[in-house]
Design a protein around this ligand. Structure first.
Ligand code: ADP
Ligand code: GLC
Length: 483
């Protein structure tokens, strides 16, 4: 079984969020299920610099404004196809935005190109790899199913995974001819979306199957509140939509071998975490107090993540005697709120603004509890890392957070199965109640220890989810269509 994974970012080559983690870790887990995955990615500078065993295998004279070469390559154990197209991808900055932080004006074509090349591979035009299934991720790969349908050539079936419905890739209808899509593609069951061309919408309308990254999010996005304009379509396609939980790479996230930690530890030596806590407190200018409940956050600072609610709840958190270590990047207004709080409460709030993987690992290994107060969360990966590292998650009861953390209520405690605390609804008040509950557990170290053990024993690997994806691929592999 061969699968072509089509994605705009992949860890460790290029990453803005969990999408890259998923794309980077799932192939190895699928390999254990007998699925061979090749990953198609744009040739951004970071990708071009990281790839090895590079060989050109397919040439295009014209790919949205210039020539392109598809390279076969490897990096970090991944089998890759890389689109070398200097006019589209050879730029400084992030994958989607310029160094000034503005979306690249030609993103419609940069990601149409990704889908165009994916379709050529799906037709078997690239020697040596004819996929049985094409797996597109998020809006950046949303046109893959559309090209497959409207080219009219015989092709493999497709799956699209929604990692985040908030990003939909909408572009003016006027670009349709330049995309090479026929006029009839601009229809309700095609690429049309509120008078525009919707890349994610196209993928959701046309792919043979739709997955998203947790069962709860799969049901939330069928509702008007959670569907972000797509609930009608997702409800209509309900029988083709399934939620499969993410895992984490248990080699990258292994407290026993983690090279970023001053003190490695295992389930039975978790008391050693105190050394990591002390180091984190020093690094972020927090009072070095082993007995104060230390909360952590590792997050994009955006509305989705509810970090502004945490800023509002900070006086409550500090009044309880706790501390907070925050590592995040994004929204300036949220940063300012925390900077203010940090200066008002020296020694109790420590912040690092920016992207720092080593520090993210130290947070997971040093804090007592990780807070994830998201307004919506398709899956979330940081709470999974927290489980593995023995930091009890305090999470909003939404999406994948609801599915992965077992609230330590009385019943769960009696059954010996709690792994963290959930709060709902996603408000400052409910978050404060959640903080109170966590503080109460902290005061009862016997219960705390039990929950920490439960957390660290939870299977957060890709092994289970990979079986689900493999079964899905097998189910649809026979569905060749067109031509
Ligand atoms: P999302 O993809 O919505 O941002 P996820 O929880 O799925 O959320 O994935 C976030 C990933 O990015 C995790 O691997 C997390 O550790 C990492 N991350 C987020 N913010 C930072 C940061 N400031 N520094 C380092 N890693 C970060
Ligand atoms: C998105 C979501 C996050 C999810 C990640 C990987 O970025 O916001 O919840 O974990 O994709 O699927």
């Amino acid at each position: 079984m061969k699968v072509l994974s089509v994605v705009s970012e992949v860890y460790p080559l290029i990453k803005t969020g969990g999408l890259a983690d998923v794309a980077g870790a799932l192939p190895a887990a699928l390999s254990a299920e007998g699925v061979e995955v090749a990953t198609l990615v744009p040739g951004y500078p970071a990708v071009m610099n990281a790839i090895e065993n590079v060989a050109p295998i397919y040439w295009m004279d014209e790919l949205f404004g210039g020539p392109a070469t598809v390279l076969s390559a490897e990096a970090a154990g991944l089998q890759l196809f890389v689109i070398e197209a200097k006019h589209l991808y050879d730029r400084p900055g992030g994958p989607y935005v310029s160094p000034a932080g503005v979306d690249w004006a030609d993103n419609a074509f940069r990601y149409a190109a990704l889908a165009r090349v994916a379709a050529q591979i799906a037709y078997g035009e690239v020697a040596g790899f004819v996929p049985d299934v094409v797996h597109a991720h998020d809006w950046q790969a949303g046109l893959v199913p559309a090209f497959l349908r409207y080219d009219g050539r015989r092709h493999a079936p497709s799956v699209i995974t929604v990692h985040n419905l908030a990003f939909q890739g909408q572009f003016p209808a006027s670009i349709r001819p330049a995309l090479g899509l026929p006029a009839h593609a601009f229809s309700l069951d095609g690429v049309e979306y509120y008078g525009m061309i919707g890349y994610l919408k196209a993928g959701l309308a046309i792919a043979d199957r739709i997955t998203t990254v947790s069962p709860t999010y799969a049901s939330e996005i069928r509702s008007v509140e959670g569907g972000m304009g797509l609930s009608g379509l997702l409800t209509a396609r309900g029988s083709d939509l399934v939620g499969i939980l993410n895992g984490i790479d248990d080699e990258v996230w292994n407290p026993q071998t983690d090279p970023s930690l001053p003190q490695r530890f295992a389930l039975n030596s978790r008391v050693k975490r105190t050394a990591n806590k002390a180091e984190l407190q020093r690094r972020l200018g927090l009072e070095e107090a082993p007995d104060r409940l230390l909360y952590g956050v590792v997050s994009r600072l955006s509305w989705q993540k509810g970090i502004d609610l945490l800023a509002q709840a900070l006086p409550h958190l500090i009044a309880s005697g706790a501390q907070l270590a925050l590592v995040g990047s994004g929204d300036d207004a949220i940063q300012q709120a925390f900077t203010l709080a940090a200066s008002a409460h020296p020694g109790s709030v420590g912040t690092f603004y920016g992207y720092d993987e080593n520090l993210a690992h130290l947070v997971q290994a040093g804090v007592d509890s990780l807070i994830v107060p998201s307004r919506f969360e398709p899956c979330g990966l940081t709470q999974l890392c927290a489980l593995r590292y023995g930091a009890l998650p305090l999470v909003a009861r939404v999406g994948g957070l609801a599915d992965t953390i077992i609230d330590a209520n009385e019943m769960a405690r009696q059954a010996g199965i709690g792994t963290g605390v959930q709060f709902a609804p996603v408000t400052q008040r409910a978050l404060e109640t959640g903080l109170d509950r966590m503080a109460e557990i902290w005061r009862d170290q016997t219960t705390w220890n039990q929950l920490q053990k439960n957390a660290m024993k939870t299977d957060v690997s890709w092994r289970g989810p990979a079986k689900h994806y493999a079964a899905l691929y097998r189910e649809i592999a026979g569905l060749r269509a067109g031509g």
